[in-house]
Design a protein around this ligand. Structure first.
Ligand code: SAH
Length: 336
């Protein structure tokens, strides 16, 4: 096959029929190796080359008004909300040791006081370190609240559509609709955020056709970040007895995401390392270029933030730096 540039590759992939894309999702062995190599070539010749963005995550609250069947956070009776002081101190401590990118994540907790607190934390921290990058991942909020967050100096927001099939979405996320979730994504883009979206691979009831459509759905938005996590059947969730997502399927999905989005940041998430040793390194080898270090949430709150599982893997700085070196890549404090 002639060598295609990234733009030609995207057009080529989108012109393929579902059958070919489904076959790509099922690649194993040497075919999978070739797919990963293609994804790495797209990444390495893109704007970020072989650099990896390092982030610190702070899980700012575990309160959630949704009732997603893959997640157990909303069932937690042991609620917490970090105070402004706690968040500010964590950010300053990590900024002092060199970190620049902070992912503030929580359940969907839309209390105005909470949003006000986050806004003042971010704007105050930016006064001290103007080069900090805040990424919020707080779920569906009102346009007014999104705007308030943007006005406080936050430039990035992650809101995954999770599953792009409307019926399947309703089944997995009974308190929300796909339409509403997609509207929130578009609102964030219209407000000028650098937006991340994506899905979960291996959810119960999800088909290969759904995954192909999810890939295509990611191309409908003007995004800067995109991600796919491997489904983890969390112990306390409605889906606790379901089969977990397949690592190869998730990695193939990620490689296709990379080919479709040469300019996006794509994280190799801790879900890949759960049950699969070296899963996160495999993510880098399949085209990812972002790693999240779990050093921001206070230790006493970590076990109360059960999005994946009580036994979820929380990557340390050492683990992240090791996989970056093993992949022949180079850590950076931010890429966008
Ligand atoms: N409340 C926020 C943050 C959710 S947690 C929101 O609604 O966006 C961050 C991400 O973890 C989710 O977007 C989802 O894609 C992923 N996630 C949650 N539970 C998961 C599970 N059991 N397996 C795999 N990914 C999961």
């Amino acid at each position: 096959m002639e060598v295609l540039n990234a733009g030609q590759l995207i057009k080529y992939i989108l012109s393929l029929n579902n059958k070919v894309l489904k076959e790509c999702l099922e690649y194993k062995g040497s075919q999978q190796e070739e797919l990963f190599e293609l994804a790495r070539n797209v990444r390495d010749s893109g704007p970020f080359g072989n650099y990896v963005e390092l982030r610190s995550v702070i899980e700012v609250s575990n309160i959630c008004r949704q009732a997603c069947k893959y997640c157990s956070i909303w069932k937690n009776k042991n609620n917490y909300v970090l105070t402004g002081q706690e968040i500010f101190e964590r950010v300053l401590y990590l900024a002092n040791i060199g970190r620049r990118t902070f992912l503030l994540q929580s359940g969907e907790y839309a209390e105005q006081k909470f949003i006000d607190t986050l806004c003042s934390c971010c704007s105050e921290a930016l006064k001290i370190y103007p080069d900090l990058k805040f990424i919020l991942c707080l779920g569906n909020l009102s346009k007014k609240q999104y705007k308030q967050l943007k006005d406080s100096g936050v430039n990035r927001y992650i809101l995954k559509f999770e599953t792009g099939n409307p019926e399947h979405h309703k089944y997995c996320r009974p308190k929300d609709t796909l339409e509403n979730r997609l509207e929130c994504i578009q609102t964030l883009i219209d407000l000028g955020f650098q937006v991340g979206t994506g899905n979960i691979v291996g959810l119960p009831g999800q088909t290969l056709d759904d995954l192909v459509n999810d890939l295509i759905l990611t191309t409908k938005f003007d995004i800067s970040m995109v991600s796919a996590t491997k489904f983890i059947p969390s112990e306390n969730s409605e889906f606790k007895n379901e089969k977990g997502g397949d690592i190869d399927l998730t990695l193939n999905f990620i490689a296709l995401l990379r080919i479709l989005h040469p300019n996006c940041l794509i994280p190799t998430t801790s879900s890949l390392e759960t049950k699969d040793k070296n899963g996160q390194l495999q993510g880098l080898l399949a085209g990812c270029n972002t790693v999240t270090i779990h050093d921001g949430t206070p230790k006493e709150n970590e076990s109360k933030y059960q999005i994946y599982s009580k036994k979820r893997f929380t990557p340390s700085e050492n683990h992240c730096l090791n996989i970056i070196t093993s992949a022949g890549m180079v850590a950076q404090n931010y890429l966008i």
